[in-house]
Design a protein around this ligand. Structure first.
Ligand SMILES: Cc1cc2nc3c(=O)[nH]c(=O)nc-3n(C[C@H](O)[C@H](O)[C@H](O)COP(=O)(O)OP(=O)(O)OC[C@H]3O[C@@H](n4cnc5c(N)ncnc54)[C@H](O)[C@@H]3O)c2cc1C
Length: 405
């Protein structure tokens, strides 16, 4: 069966690309190996889908080429998606920092995308496994053209367990590697390699960090405790909540920094980013209060107890020398923690790296060296921060390709 456009992957980017291409009158088929579309959208944002960030711009994305995403983001902006959401009367709210969430459930976003696909006459095949993708070479093309005039101009053949499909434009929208249970595969990277395209090394990002074995085990008893902190590595700092888990650290600030943390590097935690603890301690120098109780008034008490027990010891404040107070302040404002590993793809929200942007047109997402082959969404080496940026990239890159396929 012949289509103008075949899109592999019915996630955020694939569905959005299909809608744009379908609206242009292109005959579009989406192939999805899951039994339903948009499974990641369903689980996203704790079930409420943080579908965009109103202030999304290139600075919020990580890529070998930080300029690559600019063109697509400028042509399909967060406001454009918000207008679509409003058209469908989906209620939403800004949680914080420009992050827009559904008031109801993420299912509403999936329903909206499916309805848009229906209106654009997009066909979707579910439970469909792709076995092989072939670019028809000139000889095959002319043979095909001889066989049927209708097939002239066909570029790709996609063999699946539901039969063979042929198309002019092939779009790879199979996402990254995070959460294999939701259908994530390395398919997109394999196709890129098959066609000789470079891949920027991939790794789990927006992912919880696991304490090193040498890290005091006592901290594991703090699972569930959260506090606001400024978390840094190199020149990058995120100031948001951190959350202790049974194995290490999570929470927004940790997820954000995980995308920047290189192997062997430590993070620096400022546990009281808006205060000067040295000054506070000095002003209370005559107090008989134990340090852990004193800190427990400005930090969660359970955390303060474990922190003092393992890092600085606790005694009445008046006993500390100035040098000791300085050392405590150093620990509170610049606590250095190393991690050997992350929780990996099982718990990551996204994959860093992917199909190199050197290989793609930033205007159309088409591979520069393979005509009519497109890569969109997370499979590309463009990774957003936490906070709705990754969906915005899926919509924007899907839209960019959808205008050209
Ligand atoms: C738990 C979780 C919560 C998240 N929450 C948010 C959030 O609130 N806001 C935000 O911006 N981002 C969020 N993200 C990130 C966001 O979901 C992704 O960046 C986004 O879905 C990427 O879109 P995509 O279309 O490129 O890939 P995906 O949405 O992953 O879609 C890829 C599709 O391709 C299919 N596929 C894969 N391999 C094959 C194959 N071989 N054959 C056929 N089909 C295949 C998959 O089944 C899937 O349907 C979250 C991610 C996770 C894991």
């Amino acid at each position: 069966m012949k289509f103008d456009v075949i899109i592999i992957g019915a996630g955020a980017a694939g569905l959005f690309c299909a809608i744009q291409a379908g609206k242009r009158g292109r005959q579009v088929l989406i192939l999805e190996h899951n039994a339903q579309v948009g499974r990641k959208i369903i689980v996203s944002g704790g079930g409420r889908c943080n579908f965009t960030n109103i202030s999304a711009q290139a600075e919020n994305f990580i890529s070998r080429n930080p300029h690559f995403c600019k063109s697509a983001l400028a042509r399909y902006r967060p406001q454009n998606f918000v207008e679509l959401v409003k058209k469908y009367r989906i209620e939403f709210y800004e949680k914080k920092l420009g992050q827009l969430f559904c008031r109801g459930s993420s299912g509403q976003i999936v329903e909206m995308l499916v309805e848009e696909c229906r209106r654009a006459k997009v066909q979707i095949r579910l439970n469909c496994s792709v076995k092989e993708v072939k670019k028809l070479n000139e000889t095959l093309l002319s043979q095909t053209a001889n066989k049927s005039r209708q097939d002239a101009g066909v570029r790709f053949e996609v063999e699946t367990d539901q039969g063979k499909f042929i198309c002019e434009s092939l779009v790879i929208a199979t996402g990254g590697l995070s959460i294999p249970q939701l259908g994530a595969t390395d398919f997109g990277y394999r196709i890129a390699r098959q066609f000789g395209l470079k891949i920027v090394e991939t790794r789990a990002a927006l992912v919880p960090l696991v304490f090193q074995n040498s890290f005091p085990a006592k901290f594991k008893s703090l699972a569930g405790v959260s506090l606001e902190a400024a978390v840094s590595t190199g020149n990058t700092t995120f100031c948001e909540n951190i959350l202790f888990t049974h194995r290490g650290l999570s929470g927004p600030a940790i997820l954000q920094i995980s995308s920047y943390l290189k192997r062997g590097e430590k993070i620096s935690l400022d546990l009281l980013p808006t205060k000067n603890i040295f000054e506070i301690l000095q002003n209370s120098k005559e107090s008989r209060k134990e340090l852990s109780n004193f800190l427990g008034e400005i930090l969660p008490q359970r955390f303060a107890s474990v922190f003092c027990e393992t890092m600085v010891a606790s005694k009445p404040l008046k006993i500390y020398s100035e040098k000791e107070l300085k050392a405590i302040a150093e620990k509170v404002h610049a606590w250095q923690i190393g991690f050997d590993e992350t929780e990996g793809n099982r718990k990551a929200e996204v994959t860093l790296g992917g199909v190199s942007t050197d290989e793609l047109s930033s205007k159309t997402m088409e591979a520069k060296r393979v005509k009519n082959l497109y890569f969109i969404g997370e499979v590309v080496d463009v990774t957003g921060w936490l906070g709705g940026y990754n969906f915005q990239w899926a919509w924007s890159s899907g839209f960019a390709a959808g205008e050209f396929v």
